[in-house]
Write a protein that binds this ligand. Structure first.
Ligand SMILES: Cc1ncc(COP(=O)(O)O)c(C=O)c1O
Length: 373
């Protein structure tokens, strides 16, 4: 036997990578209630409107072709995205949800011992994929549940390889303006990759928000990710994309599975992104309800973090039984499913997705009952 072949005792067993030890399992938003009652599901920031009828028709239309592999070059979808967003087709790579894209970016650019810099209330999958790569997670504190550029820049070290932010952020719904993102980027060394996750970007109506495509065009160390899971209503199909500098695209194209974006997902997403009227209606509905929900919830004594996304973080003070878990139980007993969130800031918060008119009315009525109970 060659001396270079390692043997291990028979009683041993394979060990997982060290970063995985102690990693908690992702807790998805609840889908159903005990007893299977018909519920208003507001736990996963899914679209209030579902998918565009054009996307559903495209999904049905591809059924006779299901025995064929998908187009590995993702050409039609990438062209449709480029047209809709006014960006360069060669810089787009699609994936099995933006979650896969985030995973690929970490696999491609972060290794054991590197630092992954996140904001305190980060999207959890950044940390999951980072830890799996053996990265050390460094957290920058937030101010009023929003990302803080000075705190982030203050934690950049020679070991920092990536800064990943959701903008707008989940679970807070807060965002950094274009000038703040540019200030952050200007303070980063050129070898640090800035990942701007725009899962909720299509919902934002604030004039000082920018999704970051022009930063990608002008720099080698910025990437933007987007998803079809939120405003496009295709969460179940798993399709997302990134806009990245050429050298990052080259890495992703070498490490991704060739058929990571399924044929059905590509077909539906292509039709969805071409239906920007549907997107505008969803954004308008969301903006109207963000305003109304904030006013109504404040009116019954519930503070919310200002949000530009399709959800709110509701804060409870825990006094007189008015805690987030009690509010969640109250809502669930009325067939409404919210999401309990453990943020770094407080554990007394609840996240609620903006739903359809009647769903939002039901939330307001139920929470008013809870606060007066
Ligand atoms: C900020 C953020 N990024 C990425 C994702 C993942 O989305 P996808 O369904 O595209 O994997 C989510 C899903 O909730 C999210 O909230």
């Amino acid at each position: 036997m060659s001396a270079s072949i390692k043997t291990s005792p028979k009683s041993g067993r394979p060990e997982s990578n060290p970063g995985i030890t102690g990693l908690p399992k992702y807790q998805p938003g609840k889908r159903v209630l005990a007893g299977g009652a018909q519920a208003i599901k507001l736990s996963s920031n899914e679209s209030a409107f579902g998918a565009s009828p054009a996307a559903i028709a495209a999904y049905h239309a591809i059924a006779p072709e299901l025995h064929r592999y998908a187009d590995a070059s993702q050409a039609e979808l990438r062209e449709a995205i480029a047209l809709a967003y006014g960006i360069e087709v060669r810089r787009i790579v699609c994936g099995n949800g933006s979650d896969e894209i985030i995973n690929l970016l970490l696999r491609g650019f972060v290794q054991t011992g590197d630092e992954l810099l996140l904001s305190e209330n980060h999207f959890v999958m950044f940390a999951v994929h980072g830890r799996t790569q053996g990265a050390r997670i460094v957290l920058a504190p937030e101010r009023d549940c929003n990302m803080d550029v000075d705190a982030l820049l203050g934690r950049v070290s020679p070991a920092t390889r990536m800064v990943a932010l959701a903008n707008p952020n989940n679970p807070t719904g807060t965002y950094l303006s274009q000038s703040e993102i540019r200030r952050l980027h200007a303070g980063l060394p050129g070898n640090v990759l800035l990942v701007l996750d725009g899962a909720y970007a299509e919902y934002v109506t604030a004039a000082d928000f920018d999704p970051g495509f022009s930063l990608v065009d002008a720099n080698e160390n910025v990437v933007v990710t987007h998803t079809f899971s939120k405003i496009y209503g295709l969460a179940g199909l798993r399709i997302g994309w990134t806009y990245a500098p050429d050298h990052v695209v080259d890495v992703l194209e070498r490490i991704r599975s060739p058929f990571n974006a399924s044929a059905a997902a590509q077909a539906a997403a292509t039709a969805a992104v071409r239906d920007q009227d549907f997107v505008r209606r969803a954004r308008d509905h969301n903006a109207r309800w963000l305003d109304r929900l904030r006013r109504e919830l404040n009116g019954i004594g519930i503070a919310v973090t200002p949000s530009v996304a399709n959800f709110y973080l509701l804060h409870f003070d825990g006094k007189s039984g008015k805690s987030a878990p009690a509010a969640a139980a109250w809502l669930e007993s009325r067939n409404i499913i919210p999401r309990l969130v453990m943020t770094g800031d407080t554990d007394n918060v609840l996240r609620i997705t903006v739903g359809r008119d009647a769903e939002n009315e039901a939330v307001i009525a139920a929470l008013a009952g809870f606060m007066h109970s």
